[in-house]
Design a protein around this ligand. Structure first.
Ligand code: GLN
Ligand code: ZN
Length: 762
């Protein structure tokens, strides 16, 4: 009677992001389709081999993708958007990528966040969809692993109910029809896999951890009974992750052979339910005990206790140990990190190391290894926790006495008065969101400096020259509030991560964000604070060049924490407040240096919303508090701006209002007027800039278009509160198009101003 080990999914990108590079070579036609397929196979197999060598018993098959697993599942069942359908049978590689990335004349499918991760999936469009089984890709991949590596893998597929719930373009009645037509197709896939020898099939149904209703649970009862009847000999694992089940008792009774639960997140609710309601003796429990979402080593001695606790309810041969979710959300291996502080490095665990943890824990739980082995393993995390990194007295005292810090400003009406006097801006003031084009040259100079080919002084001089160039350009365009342009920053979070104590930037800690795009989240490993100012030099320099106000530009605490890997030894709110205090000191330093407009970006506030509704309020309260902590110590006549890059904010408008920023800018152009409509319901009395043109494409907008956007906004907003700005930062744009677009924007604002002033004088 032995416990086994399993994995749910493995990162696609490769140790050196070879997957990403190959994709991009293929897209730019630098490798042929044949070569592409061959090299992809090599990457895929090497990942499987690695998992085998580590000793994982149940290795996932089919989690590997050329782009996205939701798109793969949709494609396998013929669920492709109408505009991409052709006479040809089956889906070509070209069409597959066109759905994801768009092509001439055909817009790409929408992409959206995968649950509460920073991974984005392609949203299937089911309008007029007729599900049919094309090529059984799972079968091919299963056979490939078996024949080429002798691996009896565990095929992984996104389950039909989650697939439908994540798709769009159908109504309630259609949903039932679609589900009915998908059932036999899934059964076919399962049958073929069974015939080929598959023992277990992992059917992912993460939708079960959201606040689903009874109707969905009824769908589960129906669908999984049908599977069981259709292919009784197949072993289905109903796999869930990210949070606990809402309907524990109903789900564990479904006619499946295995249930996969996350025992890490949601404060142990799955475990509590298990203890209270038991677990069926005829099912296998796939226990997600190693955190698949963070990058810290697990405290395996504690995990062992948890596993033993499970064995009180479940026979060992019905227990499997695995990560809490797919390892897609963590980087590949710590091994590549040569430059990290060893104390931190030793406490890290990326995908490969997490699999080693799973195997080690399984071994010791089976009494094939000693508990000492776990203690040795745990040593690094204990050492980091006891280290000076995590015991900075001043920071901890500040957090313990957080109530001593003000988090309220004086009334906004009063602020408006003094700010109007100080800045004396025209109505409809024009500004930008912060960054100007980061040209190849800017990036090249930064690289030279990093490599030591430029001295710090030379690099600084270069940045200064860029700032000067763009201050002049902004003056010439006639903008009212200027920015320094953010040329010294790679990324709005990484930049601050590099400057703050307690945050490390890895070299290879990449994670897939969408398609071939990867991000490298900073690692918050210790108490966070600033030793010196982070942005004052550049901002003050920019301000010295102009009589117009220059906005200081900071990233907010919520965004920094949401886009980082966070230490898990203390409360997340405490980490958040530590960062907020660090930003607060920067806000104060800017103000003390004469910078009287300061923008604190919260680009990631909305996307951090928890999966479960009952957690929303606590999240938003903490977010609002942290933002106010960071921004409330300034004088009444210092103007705090914030920016958010999304437009669907109807449900969080009260929180946005509660941030109490003097001016907010929001992305608007792509919301098709929905955002504007939401202001018919809500009265917003602070400064607000609804983006008047889309910065996501190089297209230069026309004067009519921008005027139209201003007009629409002014139908619902007070013109005295309205700011004119683009949707977001201009970092990814070219110089020529940026200047052209901004000139038109300024002209549109001027025309409007004139019109409004004639109305005023009448
Ligand atoms: N200030 C940042 C910039 O302009 C904001 C970026 C963002 O909102 N994503 O680049
Ligand atoms: Zn933005």
């Amino acid at each position: 009677m032995k416990i086994k080990s399993s994995n749910i999914g493995y990162p696609r990108i490769g140790e050196n992001r070879e997957w990403k590079k190959l994709l991009e070579l293929f897209w730019t036609e630098q490798v042929s389709e044949g070569q592409f397929e061959k090299e992809m196979e090599h990457i895929r197999l090497s990942h499987l081999k690695k998992q085998k060598e580590k000793g994982i018993d149940l290795i996932p098959i089919g989690d590997f993708s050329y782009y996205d697993h939701v798109l793969d599942t949709a494609a396998m069942f013929g669920l492709i958007p109408e505009r991409f359908k052709t006479e040809e049978k089956g889906l070509t590689l070209q069409t597959y990528f066109e759905i994801a990335r768009g092509s001439k004349g055909k817009i790409a499918s929408e992409m959206t966040k995968w649950f509460n991760t920073n991974y984005h999936y392609i949203v299937p469009e089911l309008k007029n969809a007729q599900p049919n089984l094309g090529k059984n890709r799972l079968l091919e991949l299963y056979l490939e692993a078996k024949q080429k590596l002798g691996i009896e893998g565990k095929p992984v597929i996104l389950g039909p109910i989650s697939l439908l719930s994540l798709s769009k373009g159908y109504d309630k009645q259609r949903r039932a029809e679609l589900l009915n037509s998908l059932i036999p197709l899934y059964i076919d896939v399962f049958k073929q896999l069974k015939e080929a020898g598959a023992e277990w099939i992992q059917v992912d149904e993460p939708i079960l951890v959201k606040n689903v209703d009874k109707e969905i649970i009824d769908e589960f009862k129906k669908v999984y009974a049908a599977f069981n009847e259709g292919v009784p000999e197949v072993n289905v694992i109903l796999q869930t992750y990210f949070e606990s089940l809402e309907f524990y008792q109903e789900i564990i009774e479904l006619p499946v052979q295995g249930i996969g639960l996350d025992f890490v997140h949601d404060a142990g609710r799955n475990l509590e339910n298990l203890k209270e309601h038991g677990f069926p003796s005829d099912k296998v429990l796939f226990a997600g005990v190693i955190d698949g979402r963070n990058i810290w080593k697990s405290h395996l001695t504690k995990k062992l206790t948890a596993v033993y606790e499970l064995t009180r309810f479940i026979d060992k041969d019905r227990l499997i140990i695995q990560p809490s979710c797919s390892l897609l959300h963590v980087p590949v291996t710590v091994k590549s990190e040569q430059q990290l502080d060893t104390q931190i490095k030793k406490a890290l665990s990326f995908a490969d190391e997490k699999l080693e943890e799973v195997v080690l824990l399984t071994k010791v739980a089976n009494h094939d290894g000693s508990v000492q082995e776990l203690e040795v393993h745990d040593q690094a995390i204990v050492e980091l926790t006891n280290s000076s990194h995590r015991n900075v007295k001043t920071v901890q005292e500040a957090i313990n006495n957080i109530g001593n810090y003000s988090s309220e400003r004086i009334d906004v009406i009063k602020r408006k008065e003094v700010q109007a006097e100080r800045f004396d801006l025209p109505i409809l003031p024009t500004t930008t969101i912060g960054s100007f084009p980061q040209t190849k040259e800017v990036r090249k100079e930064r690289l030279k400096w990093r490599k030591g080919e430029l001295t710090a002084h030379q690099y600084e001089e270069y940045i200064k020259a860029e700032i000067k160039k763009w201050i002049d350009i902004q003056e010439e365009i006639g903008l009212d509030v200027l920015v320094h342009g953010e040329f010294e920053r790679t990324d709005m979070v990484e930049f601050f991560g590099e400057k703050m104590e307690g945050i490390a930037i890895t070299k290879f800690g990449w994670v897939q964000s969408y398609g071939s795009r990867c991000v490298k989240p900073p690692v918050i490993f210790g108490d966070v604070y600033c030793k010196e100012t982070m942005t004052v030099k550049e901002t003050v320099y920019a301000q010295s060049l102009t009589a117009k106000p220059v906005k200081g530009m900071l990233t907010g605490p919520v965004t920094i924490i949401n886009w980082s890997f966070v230490r898990d030894d203390i409360d997340r709110t405490d980490v958040l407040n530590q960062i907020a205090l660090a930003i607060r000191s920067e806000v104060e330093a800017l103000e003390a240096s004469g910078i009287k407009m300061i923008q604190v970006d919260e680009a990631a506030l909305r996307e951090g919303l928890p999966l479960k509704e009952e957690k929303t309020e606590a999240y938003l309260n903490a977010a609002v508090y942290a933002f106010k902590l960071a921004t409330s110590s300034v004088e009444a006549d210092t103007q705090i701006h914030t920016h958010m890059c999304y437009s669907n904010f109807d449900d969080i408008i009260h929180a946005i209002d509660a941030l109490d920023a003097d001016v907010i800018s929001i992305e608007t152009s792509r919301s098709h007027g929905e955002l504007i409509a939401s202001f018919e319901q809500h009265h917003y009395n602070k400064g607000i800039g609804l983006g008047v043109y889309d910065i996501h494409s190089p297209r230069v907008p026309s004067l009519e278009e921008i005027s139209q956007n201003i007009k629409r906004a002014l139908e619902v907003l007070d013109y005295r509160a309205f700011w004119v700005n683009p949707d977001c930062g201009l970092k990814t744009r070219g110089e020529t198009e940026t200047i052209a677009a901004l000139k038109i924007m300024v002209e549109a604002a001027h025309q409007y101003r004139e019109r409004l002033s004639t109305i005023e004088t009448v």
